[in-house]
Design a binder for this molecule. Sequence first.
Ligand SMILES: [Cu+2]
Length: 182
Amino acid sequence: MSFEFAIWNGAKPVLHALRQAIGCILGPNQRDLKWIGLLLFMGLSIMPAAIAAPTSVTGDLSKQAAIEVQVSLGTATDELKFVPDNLEFVTGKRYKLVLNNPSSQKHYFTAKDFADGIWSQKVEAGKVEVKGAIHELELKPTATAEWVFVPIKPGSYPLRCTIPGHAEAGMTGVINISTGRK
Ligand SMILES: [Cu+2]
């Protein structure tokens, strides 16, 4: 008797017992087995489709194409305002907020509550890239900075320049985050 045959012979009672156990559960009717198999197959093919179905946001949000939004801090004629002073964002989308300062004095982009309601991926300015929570950016004359983020929490958030006198002179704005559903 070969070794393989001995193993097969040893496995036979186990297989038989298994078949009997399944038979006890399913009953002797072979059609039941087919139905169970079909249902299992259908279940397996439906399940991944149900999981992959879009709910609100899916996929790697940090890699989706960024929507570019430009904002000027001050103007070339040194007006104390943000242009535009009303910004709209939608939760779950990725944005690149491009800030620039065309004026002759420095300005701040300060929106702490807004910053708490977003996931900041990075801020790039010159050759420096900053990662982590960012609440406020200071832009010197002619400076630019790119803030990449994904809005998380809907709300209406105040924006201001914190240089003394600037907000009072009108350098304020509103940033709205909505869910995008009407
Ligand atoms: Cu300012």
